[in-house]
Ligand binder design. Structure first.
Ligand SMILES: [Zn+2]
Length: 589
């Protein structure tokens, strides 16, 4: 049995939009997201997802529920697997055979409440406390408007030991709750309790639903230490995963396509003030792979923006190391170093949005920064230097998952060491897990090669031969393909053809001639699908059906694989059933 409060905790940390978006194309409309309902065939969108309520609803077929229900219905996963899937995403382990503790979820609710009251308290102090002038001056000095302060919920913790405590801790139970939520510090030996945040600008840290889960406090006087003070870990705050400003970025920017990672909250707020509303900051921790995976689920590009000094470069290198395992085709990471003595806040205040964004556009690519850093102390003219470069880079490249990006890194290593890439693969064992190495694209060509499975490629090939087969697909059929990353190009092609009045293979290709996939598509167009003209349509639809089926069984297989790795005794009855059914059905499938 999985305790109810665990399920609640998982759902509280999950964002339903992150779950649904990869599976259904969603558009922001007002407070909600809408799209074509995946549960019934339709041509105009009546499927709606509410981020605030963490709930989906279809006006057409009345399908509705939470992220958990969606996974169960859409991926046809059972309850336990769905919970496991969600728990793993948010870094929690499903507890087994644990006694239920209904107090835990009640306590979390109370903590959210007390943090909400604290947010209001700090904002009130910024408006009315007698020593507010310094805080207001500080914010004005940074060029922040009242509007931006409001959007970010910025407040002020006045000087003194018990401002918050005397306001919110009426009973002993209140006081304990303030301690548990990190707002009070307790000196156990002396039996004293006092406000954790004193004489600081307060930035509420919000989860994706906009609830305050912690605070960051920044000193007014740059000499005071520590400059930034964060809430400690609590039942609702896990700093290794959270990103300051993510909630606000998603609110401000209609369609996020990149995120800038900066070092402090002030940077995030200042950038938003100057029109760059898509930056986030980690919370006093280095950027972790968790952070990066989280961002890549929302945007395809991350730009790390650090100081140009040694500390900044070290932080950037650490961020790069955390990024490698999260890199997938279609994702990119870049590095921007601000000039000495500047930070993003001062830089954008001086230069303005346009110049700052131009810098972002010219940021250094990950591969470039990677080899530049590794090679900085090596003499690459010498054999020893080049050998050392291989030795340093190979274990790191090995962390990248298979795909075009990894191939590019290997190619680049080959270019820099002068060792043939085929040979590099053999010597270094980089090819051990990559059975499919087909003609990686040359580095200097900015064309992207897609990782499409054989079936996807086959379907694309038919489409290029006879584009009007795309018109055989209705929205429902297309929706089934949508959401799988490697089929995006195919889906895009189908959509384009369906909208175009007149299509021919040449027209289709010419539409893509300036895009990143041109070489790939031209290559496919040149291959004969080995079918007669009248077989193409059937073959196309049949291939799509196979793709959908294959995808479903892959997802199921993943669940089964997870289960088979666990001892039978640890499986719940439902899981055991699933496994037995699977084994029983295997010989036929
Ligand atoms: Zn529906």
């Amino acid at each position: 049995m999985i305790p109810q409060e665990f399920i609640e905790e998982v759902l509280e940390r999950t964002d339903i939009v992150e779950i649904i978006e990869p599976r259904v194309t969603l558009k922001k409309s007002g407070q909600n997201y809408t799209g074509l309902c995946p549960f019934h065939d339709e041509k105009s969108p009546s499927f709606s997802v509410s981020q605030d309520k963490q709930f989906y609803y279809c006006f057409g077929c009345q399908a509705s529920g939470s992220a958990l229900k969606f996974l169960m219905e859409f991926d046809r996963m059972d309850f336990v697997s769905s919970i496991e899937h969600l728990a793993q995403r948010v870094g929690l382990e499903v507890p087994r055979d644990q006694k239920s503790d209904p107090g835990a979820s009640q306590k979390r609710k109370s903590i959210y409440e007390v943090l909400d009251q604290s947010t209001s308290f700090f904002r009130e102090q910024l408006k009315s406390h007698e020593s507010r002038a310094r805080a207001v001056d500080y914010l004005k000095g940074r060029g922040l408007s009242g509007e931006i302060a409001r959007d970010f919920g910025v407040g002020y913790a006045p000087p003194g030991w018990d401002n918050l405590m005397s306001k919110l801790a009426i009973s002993n139970a209140d006081r304990q709750l303030l301690i548990d939520s990190g707002m009070l510090t307790e000196q156990v030996e002396e039996g004293k309790t006092y406000d954790r945040f004193r004489d600081r600008i307060m930035f509420p840290i919000r989860d994706l639903r906009g609830r305050t889960i912690a605070f960051g406090g920044r000193v007014l006087d740059d000499d005071a230490k520590p400059k930034y003070l964060n809430s400690p870990e609590t039942d609702v705050f896990h700093k290794g995963r959270e990103l300051y400003g993510l909630f606000e970025a998603r609110k401000r920017v209609r369609k996020l396509n990149k995120l800038i990672v900066v070092e402090g909250y002030m940077d995030v707020v200042a950038l938003a003030q100057h029109g760059v509303g898509y930056s986030v900051a980690t919370l006093g921790t280095a950027t972790s792979t968790d952070h990066i995976e989280r961002m890549f689920r929302i945007v395809p590009q991350i730009v790390f923006c650090f100081d140009g000094d040694n500390a900044g470069r070290n932080a950037a290198w650490k961020a790069l190391l955390s990024t490698l395992p999260a890199m997938e085709d279609g994702c990119s990471a870049k590095f921007l170093f601000v000039p000495d003595g500047d930070d993003p806040d001062s830089l954008i205040r001086r230069e303005g949005q346009e110049k700052f964004e131009a810098r972002i556009g010219k940021a250094q690519g990950l591969t470039n920064f990677f080899f530049q850093t590794l090679g900085s102390d090596l003499d690459l003219e010498s054999v020893e230097g080049r050998a050392a470069l291989s030795k340093l880079s190979v274990p790191l490249i090995a962390q990248v998952s298979e795909g075009v990006f990894k191939q590019l890194m290997i190619q680049e290593l080959s270019r820099r060491t002068g060792v043939d890439s085929e040979k590099l693969l053999g010597i270094t064992g980089l090819d051990r897990s990559s059975p499919t190495r087909e003609r990686p694209p040359p580095v200097n060509q900015r064309q992207r090669q897609l990782k499409q499975s054989g079936l996807g490629e086959h379907a694309t090939r038919i489409l290029l031969r006879q584009p009007d087969v795309a018109n055989l697909l209705d929205d429902g059929g297309l929706a089934k393909l949508d959401g799988v990353a490697e089929w995006q190009l195919l889906v895009e092609l189908v959509r384009w053809i369906q909208q175009a009045k007149d299509t021919s293979p040449m027209l289709l290709l010419s539409h893509y001639q300036d895009g990143p996939y041109f070489d790939y598509l031209r290559g496919l167009a040149e291959q004969d699908p080995m079918l007669s003209q009248d077989q193409l349509a059937d073959e196309f639809l049949d291939t799509l059906r196979k793709m959908v089926r294959e995808n479903e069984s892959e997802q199921k297989q993943r669940v089964i694989d997870d289960l088979t790795q666990k001892p039978l005794s640890e499986l719940s009855p439902v899981e055991r059933d699933l496994l037995t059914n699977h084994r029983r059905s295997k010989p036929q499938s």
